[in-house]
Ligand binder design. Structure first.
Ligand code: IP8
Length: 258
């Protein structure tokens, strides 16, 4: 089983509301060909989710009625993104089917309360490719909350114990600094708990409503303990995802269990 996350920064332009990177998404879809029935895809929300979620503080849950219109808009927008991803997959011959997070899980305090993998299991059993995504979801204590695609990655890894988990980012992996601003930053080939704790905390890496890169890496360490291998690679570089799925080694950061 393969579990692949298409990061929001790879499939959308995160700085411009609702901007889909069609070419990149179609290429990544074609790199996943031939794995129907043994692949689950998760995608981030990018600029279809984070911009409005941040503006209206949807990640903090319900505070007043004025948030409900944006809740509806973000729900619609991430479904639109999901449809674009499904189109890219289907056009590449990958039989993607949509499973929104709330169809398989309940949420409480921005965490998964109960996860039911049966829908994923049935689709995989049929030889299809379940596709889930970051979304606004009903939440028992917050009334609504944001479910990050990473939260679904963790549940799916726990239940399906994949051979390989791949996070497609817009950089080669985790660096010692911000590779976009610090040219001396070096790629970390293996990231464990100790390396993460020692990492320099750079401001520019903190952006999302679903937490800083450090929170995400924390979750990845947990995911790594439920699979044979967990890597972060550059989804913007053609061929890297395909090679990684074929078992070849590519520039990346391997996340160690912890
Ligand atoms: O991009 C966030 O999901 P992520 C979901 O996977 C929303 O963190 C709606 C902002």
């Amino acid at each position: 089983m393969f579990l692949v996350k298409l990061g929001g920064s790879v499939i959308t332009d995160k700085g411009r509301l609702r901007t889909f990177k069609d070419e990149a998404c179609r290429r990544l879809a074609s790199e996943m060909q031939g794995r129907d029935g043994s692949l689950i895809v998760v995608h981030g929300a990018g600029s279809y989710g984070h911009v409005l979620a941040k503006e209206h503080r949807l990640d903090e849950g319900f505070s007043d009625e004025s948030q409900l219109h944006p809740v509806a808009i973000v729900q619609r927008d991430v479904r639109e993104l999901n449809t674009r991803v499904l189109e890219a997959l289907i056009d590449s011959g990958v039989r993607g089917v949509s499973i929104p997070p709330a169809a398989s899980a309940t949420f409480d305090g921005s965490a998964v309360k109960v996860f039911d993998p049966s829908l994923f299991q049935k689709m995989i059993g049929l030889g299809l490719v379940p596709v889930t995504f970051g979304d606004v979801v009903p939440d028992e204590s917050l009334r609504f909350s944001i479910c990050s695609g990473d939260l679904m990655m963790a549940e799916l890894a726990r239940h399906f114990k994949p051979r390989l988990v791949v996070f497609c980012a817009d950089v080669d992996g985790v660096f010692t600094g911000d590779p976009k601003t610090d040219h001396g930053a070096e790629l970390i080939h293996e990231l464990g708990r100790e390396t993460l704790d020692n990492l320099r905390r750079t401001e520019s890496l903190n952006a999302d409503v679903t937490g800083s890169i450090y929170g995400k890496l924390d979750r990845m360490l947990d995911i790594a303990s439920h699979c044979e291998k967990c890597i972060i690679l550059n989804g913007d570089v053609p061929g890297r995802l395909k090679k990684a799925l074929e078992g070849e080694s590519v520039p990346s950061t391997a996340v160690l269990p912890g």
